[in-house]
Write a protein that binds this ligand. Structure first.
Ligand code: ATP
Length: 470
């Protein structure tokens, strides 16, 4: 993997590793370096030897706040106290973002923080990024930094804390306990810092995942050899203002998989698209994290059947326009052993691909059946999915009122969130068919029953290969 993440402290290393795993990026190495200039330079030299200057190096962890900012503000530039200025490769294009200053001492009190902010215009401070940035640039390597504010401008970070960190970044708990027993006045400050660190570090990890995905998308688009774990191309037409993602096992794809999304798109363009053009993006899954058994047909067969269904799925026999099959989940499963794919990862990857290809304006929506809406709270990071790609819900076997009822019964969603869900239900009618029923018919040799709900090309494909035969 062409990305290396460096975290000075153990707690940062833990939180960032966990979020990368969640994002399906467990193969990205995360290295614990210890704090301060010397430690970061030592670790960087070691990693550069291993990964070379073609990799992206990301420094991630907590930092001090010098002025009011977001928990994890995007960093536009890095400076030091001697006139050094560096720009991370993830700096926002529009000039937004804060200045991070790197120093070689601890900036402890509110007064010191304020004076440093006034003198330099920096909003956050740490003790590694200046040395890290200078060294990466010196060696011609791409670099980025993600920092979350763990001590705010109003807070005192006692210089003693430096002594609580071992050279390798681990915590000297006994020493901390002794210092705190000697100076109980430090306790409230430390409690505040630890509490905030626990809150912001997962956000730092999630941001590191986003930076890593954007880098992977970029290296792919620049025509370099696609990394194992890179993002598969998502070639939306130039006219697309929205992408409606539709995941499923499609084992096999049937008439509801083709006809209902087409109707949903029509409805979406009429009601939410503001004259935009939406593309349908089918995402065949390798294995549903919520289904015990995997698909019966192979990945290649399901992709082939889906393509056949889309190329002649209309009642008139014509192709479904502006629809594509995005094989990222399947491709990813072949190149990694990360286990089942989760929708939140897929949506993060889609967003990263679009952003990395100048399509940041493309809105993402996620199409699901009512059965899936009812158990959406069991999906991984459901609220993050909603942020990335707000669902559109097809009623399937229940009416809108009973969908809302089952969402309420889950006990997971607030009243406001349930209102939000009610607005996501799309009135496109129902088609009473399931892949399970199609497979059951095929198993007992009722080809003609199955054929009634399959595109002709799909029925042919199944017959030629003897799929689903009992
Ligand atoms: P299976 O019977 O094997 O569980 P399925 O027919 O539900 O399969 P999937 O590939 O799991 O098909 O479905 C993909 C998506 O399509 C899911 O969101 C599912 O809820 C939705 N879906 C499938 N069939 C219908 C249908 N008849 N009406 C509305 N939504 C459907």
């Amino acid at each position: 993997m062409n990305i290396v993440v460096l975290c000075p402290m153990q707690i940062e290393h833990k939180a960032v590793s966990r979020e990368l795993r969640r994002a399906g990026l467990s193969r990205v190495p995360v290295v614990q370096t210890g704090i301060g200039r010397e430690a970061i330079l030592r670790a960087l030299a070691r990693e550069m030897e291993r990964h070379g200057s073609g990799a992206l190096y990301v420094l991630a962890g907590a930092c001090g706040g010098l002025a009011a900012t977001a928990d994890v503000p995007p960093v536009a530039r890095v400076i030091d106290e001697h006139g050094g200025v560096w720009r991370p490769c993830s700096a926002p294009d529009d000039g937004a973002g804060v200045t991070l200053i790197g120093v070689d001492r601890i900036v402890a009190t509110p007064a010191e923080k304020q004076s440093l902010a006034e003198r330099t215009g920096a909003a956050i401070v740490d003790m590694e990024t200046h040395a890290f940035a200078a060294e990466c640039e010196h060696r011609g390597a791409a670099w980025s930094v993600v920092r979350g504010v763990s001590d705010t401008p109003e807070e005192t970070l006692p210089p003693e804390v430096l002594g609580w960190v071992r050279p390798d970044g681990g915590t000297r708990a006994v020493r901390a306990a002794i210092d705190l027993a000697r100076r109980p006045s430090l306790v409230p400050h430390i409690v505040g810092v630890v509490r905030r660190a626990n809150r912001v570090l997962p956000k730092v990890g999630a941001q590191v995942a986003a930076v890593a995905l954007a880098w992977m998308a970029r290296t792919t688009s620049e025509g370099k050899v696609q990394e194992r774990g890179g993002i598969s191309p998502l070639p939306l037409g130039a006219d697309a203002t929205a992408a409606i993602f539709f995941g499923g096992t499609f084992d096999p794809p049937h008439v509801a998989h083709v006809e209902l999304p087409r109707r949903v798109r029509e409805w979406y363009e009429a009601h939410c698209g503001a004259q935009g053009t939406a593309w349908l993006v089918y995402v065949p899954a390798t294995r549903s994290p919520l289904k015990e058994e995997g698909p019966i047909a192979s990945d290649a067969d399901r992709v082939a059947m889906l393509r056949a269904a889309l190329s002649e799925g209309r009642e008139s026999g014509g192709p479904i326009e502006r629809a594509l099959v995005w094989t990222d989940e399947i491709d990813r499963a072949t190149s990694s052993t990360d286990g089942p794919s989760f929708t939140v990862e897929t949506m993060e990857r889609a967003r990263a691909w679009l952003d990395g290809h100048g399509r940041a304006g493309v809105r993402m929506r996620l199409l699901i059946g009512a059965d899936q809406a009812a158990q959406f709270h069991r999906w991984r990071s459901p609220r993050r999915i909603i942020e990335l790609a707000e669902p559109l819900v097809m009623v399937r076997d229940r009416d809108a009122a009973s969908i809302v009822e089952s969402l309420r019964a889950s006990g997971f969603w607030s009243a406001a969130e349930i209102d939000g869900w009610a607005g996501r239900i799309v009135p496109v009618g129902t088609i009473d068919v399931s892949a399970t029923a199609v497979r059951a018919a095929l198993e007992v040799g009722q080809q003609e029953v199955a054929a009634r709900v399959l595109a002709p090309g799909v029925a042919r494909y199944i017959a030629e290969r003897g799929l689903y035969a009992g």
